[in-house]
Ligand binder design. Structure first.
Ligand code: HEM
Length: 189
């Protein structure tokens, strides 16, 4: 089985689970209110900003799209100041990313989440509750997301990982899903 197929298979139940997190259900139905949306954007920023920093610190040998700056942009448009953004709590539970295999596992989850983002963008646009300038995180970076995903997954499969490294990549992808699910559900956030 290819690395991509393995990642897909071993995380699909976790994807199904994260989709049931109440705020994400509201988001994908377009029924989220502005206050909830602000809270969610700040939670995503507290997760993906430090995650991206870790991903950028290692050589993954796979081209990928950085997206945390869109969350920063959306927060500003939602009325946050730079100081407010600096004060957003960062997720302390992020998986440890010290090897390329771990990075690739997390990257699969991060880049793949753009696929749902396109659907979410459509739902939010139809619902007309969140202004377009506040939801750039969900707007696909390319007019052909399917092609981007094809190229990305092809690049994943070119990585010549050992069995141990594949196991590491899968653990990291699973931990990324699990950590984000907990992060979005923690009552203290
Ligand atoms: C309610 C929110 C979400 C919806 C409605 C949703 C929906 C989708 C859809 C429609 C796809 C494309 C499936 C396909 O074409 O085969 C997809 C793929 C994916 N999503 Fe989500 N998603 C959501 C949240 C998330 C989140 C929060 C993450 C992770 C941070 C995520 C990670 C992924 C990944 C990794 C893929 C690629 C699966 C693969 O092809 O291997 N999704 N999602």
């Amino acid at each position: 089985m290819s690395l991509y197929q393995t990642l897909n298979e071993k995380t699909s139940a976790l994807h199904d689970t994260i989709e049931t997190v109440p705020v994400l259900t509201e988001l994908s139905k377009g029924t989220i209110c502005l206050e909830q949306y602000k809270q969610l954007t700040s939670l995503f920023y507290g997760f993906w900003q430090p995650a991206e920093r870790m991903l950028k610190s290692i050589d993954l040998s796979i081209p990928w799209v950085s997206r945390a700056h869109h969350l920063h942009h959306d927060l500003i448009k939602l009325g946050y100041s730079e100081d407010d953004i600096c004060g957003i709590s960062q997720c302390m539970l992020l998986p440890d990313i010290t090897t390329a295999a771990q990075g690739v596992g997390m990257l699969y989850v991060y880049q793949g989440s753009q696929m749902g983002g396109a659907l979410i963008n459509k739902a939010l646009s139809n619902a007309n509750v969140i202004p377009e300038e506040c939801r750039t995180f969900y707007i696909p970076h390319t007019s052909n997301l399917a092609q981007y995903w094809n190229e990305f997954t092809h690049a994943l499969n070119l990585a010549s990982f050992s069995e141990t490294e594949i196991t590491q990549a899968v653990s990291s992808a699973r931990e990324t899903f699990l950590t984000l699910t907990c992060w979005l559900m923690l009552p203290t956030n």
